[in-house]
Design a protein around this ligand. Structure first.
Ligand SMILES: Nc1ncnc2c1ncn2[C@@H]1O[C@H](COP(=O)(O)OP(=O)(O)OP(=O)(O)O)[C@@H](O)[C@H]1O
Ligand SMILES: [Mg+2]
Length: 547
C-alpha cells in the first residue's frame, strides 16, 4: 500500500497507530502538509480517522479543503450532539443514529463524515461495537469517518480500527498570513527583525489566541509594532502555564555562571550552532539532548538554565510528575500535548528536572500509566526530528528505567560529581565576585578551598549566605573566617550520603557516563571512614568557633 511505504508510523500511548507524514526533517507539519496527509489516508481507505485538536474551526477548514482535493471530491457532512447532521438536524442528540447515517447515505457517492466531540460517546458499548463494524464495511466504500475532539480517547477494542492524527498548531507561514490579514498594512508598523520575533513568539499558540493577542495590541495603541512582541510572548507564557505541565522559564544564568564542569562546557560550546541553518546545510543530525546525573547541589539545574541562555533558545521546564494525571487516559493526553507544544516551540530546550523522582519506585501508580507515559517519552526522544534539545537531570540511576540510559536516547550522559579543588575555587570566585565585586580580593581563596573539600557547589553558596547573615547581624562586613565557620558548622552531604555518592561515581567511571568535570573527583580521604554522628554531649562539629 502506498501509505505504508511513504508514511512513518508510530504507536501512541493508547496503542493506536499515529501516522506521521513522510520525512520532512521535523515532526511538526503545516496545515497544508496535514491536508495532503489526510488526503493520502483517505485514498488509502483508512476508514476511521481521529483528529486531536482544540482548534475545531481550523481543523474543519482543513477538512473542507481535503474534501475538495481528494478524487473524486467528497461530500463533507458534520454532526454534533446538539445540531445533528445539517439543517434538518438528523440524528440530533443521538450518536448511535449518527453512525447509522454513515451507512445509510448513498454508497454511490463519496463522503467525509465529521463527528464533533465524539470522545464523549465512544465508550458506550453500542457506539464502540457500531464503530468496529463500520470500520470493516467502510473499507470497501468511499466513506470516511473523522472524529474531531480535543482529547484522545480510544477504547481498547478500537485500537486497530482508528488512526490518530494530531492537528498541527499554526506554522510560521500560517501565522504570517494571518498577521497580514488581521492587522492590515495601515496598522502594521513592525520592523523586519520584530516581525520575525513576533511570529516566533506566536509559535506554539492556537490561532485563536494569536488573533486575540493581536487584537489586544491594536486595542492598546491602534497599531502593531515592535513593542507587541512582548505581548505575544506573554500570551504564550500564559498558554504554557495553563497546561500545568510545562513552564516557560527565564534563563538568568549563563555558562559563565557555572564554576568548573569544563568537559560539559566544552561539549556544549562545540555544539552551540548545531541548531542553525548552517548546521543543517552541513548535514549535521539534530541534537537530542543530555542527561546530567549526579549528587544534589552540584549545578545540574543551573546547567540546564545556562544551556538555554548560551544557545539563545527558549527554556521549557517539564514537570514529569504532572504528566501522570489523576484520570486514566489523562496522562497520555497530557504527554501528547506536551510533545506537540515543545515541537511547536522548537528550536527550544526542554528541561526535564529530577526525572528519577517522577519515575521513582515510590510513585508506582495505576495499571501501567507510568510505563506507558515513559514508553511514549522514550519513543519520542528517540524519533523526534524537530530541534527540541532535552536536558534531563537526576540524582540516582537506580530509579531510572534502564532504557533511558541506553545509547540513542541522549547524545551524552554526564556525571556531575563533587567539585575538585580547582572547581571549588572557581565557584567561590564566581559567587564572591558577584556579591563583592571590588573587595573580592580580600577573601582567602586558598583557605576556603582547603577547608571545603567534599562540599557541593550548593553547599558553598549556602556557606557564603550564612556568612553574610552573620556579618550583617554583627553590623560588619563578612570575611573568609565567617565562611569557614559556616562550612565547619554543617555536614556536607558527601559525609551523610557517602555510599550513594561513591556508588554513583563508580557507575559513571565504569564507562556509562562522561565526567562533566575535567576529571572524576574522589571524595576526600577523610570522608571515607564511616560517619559517626555527634553524641548528645558534643555540640557538633566545631560549632561557630573559628579554627
Ligand atoms: N558548579 C557550580 N557553579 C556555580 N554555582 C553552583 C555550582 N553548583 C552549584 N551551584 C550553586 O548551587 C545552587 C544549586 O545548584 P543546582 O540547583 O544547580 O543543583 P542541582 O545539581 O540541580 O541539585 P539537585 O540535584 O538537588 O536538584 C546553584 O543555584 C548555584 O548557586
Ligand atoms: Mg536540580
Amino acid at each position: 500500500m502506498i501509505l505504508q511505504q511513504e508514511a512513518h508510523q508510530r504507536i501512541s500511548c493508547d496503542g493506536c497507530p499515529v501516522v506521521l507524514p513522510p520525512g520532512e526533517g521535523r515532526d511538526v507539519m503545516s496545515a497544508r502538509e496535514f491536508e495532503a496527509h489526510v488526503d493520502l489516508l483517505i485514498r488509502s481507505r483508512y476508514s476511521i480517522l481521529y483528529i486531536v485538536t482544540g482548534e475545531e474551526e481550523r481543523a474543519e477548514t482543513a477538512l473542507h479543503a481535503v474534501a475538495r482535493m481528494v478524487s473524486p471530491p467528497r461530500h463533507l457532512v458534520i454532526w454534533d450532539f446538539v445540531a445533528g447532521f445539517g439543517a434538518a438536524g438528523i440524528a440530533k442528540e443521538d450518536p448511535f443514529q449518527a453512525l447509522d447515517q454513515v451507512l445509510s447515505r448513498s454508497d454511490e457517492e463519496a463522503w467525509l463524515f465529521v463527528l464533533r466531540d465524539f470522545h464523549r460517546f465512544i465508550d458506550d458499548v453500542r457506539v464502540t461495537r457500531r464503530l468496529r463494524s463500520l470500520a470493516r464495511s467502510l473499507r470497501a466504500l468511499r466513506k470516511t469517518v473523522v472524529i474531531l475532539s480535543p482529547v484522545l480517547k480510544v477504547p481498547q477494542e478500537l485500537v486497530n480500527d482508528v488512526t490518530v492524527i494530531d492537528f498541527p498548531l499554526p506554522c510560521m507561514a500560517e501565522i504570517e498570513a494571518e498577521l497580514l490579514r488581521f492587522v492590515g498594512p495601515e496598522r502594521n508598523r513592525l520592523g523586519e527583525p520584530a516581525r520575525e520575533a513576533l511570529i516566533k513568539a506566536a509559535l506554539g499558540l492556537p490561532m485563536q489566541r494569536i488573533v486575540q493577542a493581536l487584537a489586544q495590541g491594536i486595542a492598546t495603541d491602534g497599531i502593531i509594532d515592535d513593542a507587541d512582541v512582548a505581548l505575544m510572548l506573554e500570551e504564550k507564557k500564559q498558554a504554557i502555564r495553563q497546561t500545568e505541565i510545562l513552564e516557560y522559564c527565564a534563563e538568568e544564568e549563563g555558562l559563565e555562571d557555572i564554576g568548573g564542569l569544563d568537559n560539559l562546557k566544552r561539549w556544549l560550546a562545540v555544539r552551540a550552532d548545531a541548531f542553525g541553518p548552517r548546521a543543517r546545510a552541513y548535514g549535521l543530525p539534530a541534537l537530542k539532548g543530555v542527561l546530567l546525573i549526579g549528587v544534589q547541589g552540584t549545578g545540574k539545574s543551573l546547567s540546564a538554565r545556562a544551556i538555554a541562555r548560551a544557545w539563545r533558545l527558549p527554556l521549557l521546564r517539564l514537570d514529569v510528575g504532572r504528566l501522570m494525571g489523576a484520570l486514566v487516559g489523562e496522562s497520555e493526553a497530557r504527554t501528547r500535548q506536551m510533545m506537540r507544544l515543545a515541537e511547536a516551540m522548537a528550536p527550544c530546550v526542554l528541561w526535564m528536572d529530577e526525572l528519577d523522582k517522577a519515575f521513582g519506585t515510590a510513585q508506582q501508580l495505576d495499571g501501567g500509566t507510568q510505563a506507558r507515559v515513559m514508553a511514549t517519552l522514550l519513543t519520542w526522544m528517540q524519533e523526534k526530528r524537530s530541534p527540541v534539545f532535552i536536558v534531563a537531570t537526576a540524582n540516582q540511576i537506580t530509579h531510572l528505567p534502564p532504557e533511558l540510559l541506553r545509547k540513542g536516547r541522549f547524545d551524552e550522559i554526564f556525571f556531575v560529581g563533587l567539585p575538585s579543588d580547582e572547581e571549588r575555587r572557581e565557584i567561590f570566585e564566581l559567587h564572591l565576585k558577584r556579591l563583592r565585586d571590588t573587595q573580592f580580593r580580600q577573601f582567602d581563596l586558598d583557605r576556603l578551598v582547603a577547608v571545603s573539600a567534599g562540599y557541593s557547589g550548593a553547599e558553598l553558596a549556602c556557606a557564603i549566605t550564612d556568612a553574610m547573615h552573620q556579618g550583617f547581624a554583627d553590623n560588619r562586613e563578612f570575611g573568609t573566617d565567617d565562611i569557614v565557620v559556616a562550612l565547619r558548622s554543617t555536614y556536607p552531604l558527601s559525609r551523610t550520603a557517602q555510599e550513594a555518592i561513591d556508588a554513583l561515581r563508580d557507575w559513571a567511571q565504569s564507562g556509562r557516563a562522561r565526567s562533566a568535570s575535567r576529571e572524576f573527583v574522589k571524595r576526600p580521604a577523610s570522608h571515607r571512614q564511616p560517619f559517626v554522628p555527634p553524641s548528645a554531649d558534643e555540640e557538633g562539629p566545631e560549632p561557630n568557633r573559628l579554627p
